[in-house]
Design a binder for this molecule. Structure first.
Ligand SMILES: Nc1ncnc2c1ncn2[C@@H]1O[C@H](COP(=O)(O)OP(=O)(O)OP(=O)(O)O)[C@@H](O)[C@H]1O
Ligand SMILES: [Mg+2]
Length: 376
């Protein structure tokens, strides 16, 4: 199948354009193109947008390839720009490359055009991804501060509106019971007070668990994950499964918390976006690296598109996860496509805590502990 290519061609000769299009379609492209030969036509075409590449002749009667390149750059446009020329001098090629053309092809050597375009299209994708990643990183500190403030606001509201109110209620009940000390009414009031205190204790416990699960420090990563997965899956009505290969090593604390928070965010995303019925979490080792994967059978998504969308919407779940995981020396890998579920893995090549002289990760030779739970 041919690769669609929308080319903007700066060229005065219809014959040369026909030759370019013929060469491209012979090289496997399904070309749609527009020919322009003046600055104003080029500006109008750039404003319409939707181009994959610009191919420009070096010299035109009323315009030039270098002027076209200048104009394209001045508009901040980063499309691959290939300069074509009938004049085959080293000086022409050097001028074009110095001015910022991505490649220079002599009209007498048109066989070079297709490989040059394929390479430049690949590099353009890499450039776009690099820019998107840099944009996320630039925004991240502000987003982290905003998220911190939001979290503080949530805790303050919970403390004031829920826990504070409940304790005030209990205080009033104790005062009332004190007045009617010894009466049946006092006993009922104290019962009511005890029920309020029990509910409030539960709220305090949940709040503190959200802030920092003690399991992580007391029982290790696998147990903390098991507990968290169960908690989140039940809340979302998802069937879940957790497999943990026992690890023959002590993990670094920053790796443990990064894994735990990654699982928390991935499970949040499954509950909010995936429309899944089940989720499977695997913790183990691959080639000596620690790996945690969260897989759902939901509607899936296009990771690259979500990346650009998250820039616009200021959502920071996956971006924050990538940052936290990278700070702990790991990486996030997402395999997903619309309709095909999602598998998100975090991988830490050096997860072991050297300070305790720990052995290397087990390498998967242990039999996994298989468990299956259903929230239904
Ligand atoms: N498991 C999943 N299934 C389907 N879509 C997903 C899944 N995980 C993420 N997505 C998509 O990726 C997008 C980005 O996720 P991300 O966690 O960065 O942001 P968010 O969840 O929308 O907002 P935030 O996490 O900041 O509250 C989501 O909006 C969603 O469209
Ligand atoms: Mg999210």
């Amino acid at each position: 199948m041919k690769t669609p290519l929308r080319a903007l061609v700066v060229e005065d000769s219809e014959d040369d354009v026909a030759l370019i299009v013929w060469e491209l379609s012979r090289g496997g492209f399904a070309v749609t193109y527009r020919r322009v030969e003046t600055a104003s036509e080029l500006v109008a075409a750039l404003e319409t947008g939707g181009w994959d590449i610009i191919i420009a002749d070096y010299s035109l009667p009323a315009f030039s390839g270098l002027a076209a390149l200048d104009l394209v750059k001045s508009r901040g446009c980063e499309l691959p720009f290939i300069m074509l020329s009938g004049i085959v001098s080293e000086e022409t090629a050097v001028n074009a490359m110095h001015a910022g053309a991505h490649d220079f092809v002599a009209k007498g050597k048109m066989a070079r055009l297709v490989p040059a375009i394929r390479r430049e299209l690949r590099e353009a994708v890499v450039r776009r991804e690099r820019h998107a990643a840099a944009a996320v990183l630039r925004l991240l500190p502000a987003r982290i501060l905003a998220a911190q403030e939001e979290e503080r606001g949530r805790i303050a509201r919970e403390l004031h509106d829920e826990i504070g109110q409940a304790l005030t209620g209990a205080q009033l009940l104790v005062a009332a019971a004190r007045h009617s000390r010894g009466s049946p009414q006092a006993a009922r009031t104290l019962e009511e007070c005890a029920a309020i205190l029990e509910r409030t204790l539960g709220q305090v416990r949940n709040l503190s668990l959200d802030l920092r699960p003690p399991q992580l420090d007391d029982f290790g990563l696998a147990e903390a994950l098991r507990w968290q997965i169960e908690r989140q899956s039940r809340a979302a009505g998802l069937a879940f499964r957790f497999d943990a290969t026992p690890l023959e090593t002590r993990l670094r604390p920053d790796v443990k918390i990064a894994c735990f928070r990654a699982a928390q965010e991935a499970l949040n995303n499954v509950a909010r976006h995936a429309r899944a019925t089940r989720v499977e979490v695997r913790l183990g080792s691959r080639d000596g690296a620690l790996e945690l994967c969260i897989e759902d059978d939901g509607r899936g998504f296009e990771p690259a598109a979500a990346h650009e969308q998250s820039l616009r919407s200021m959502s920071m779940g996956l971006a924050g996860m990538r940052e936290r995981v990278a700070l702990a020396g790991g990486r996030v890998e997402i395999r997903s496509a619309p309709g095909a579920g999602t598998t998100l893995c975090v991988v830490f090549p050096h997860a072991e805590d050297d300070s305790v002289g720990a052995a290397r990760l087990a390498g998967g030779q242990n039999v996994p502990q298989r468990r299956f739970h259903s929230a239904q």
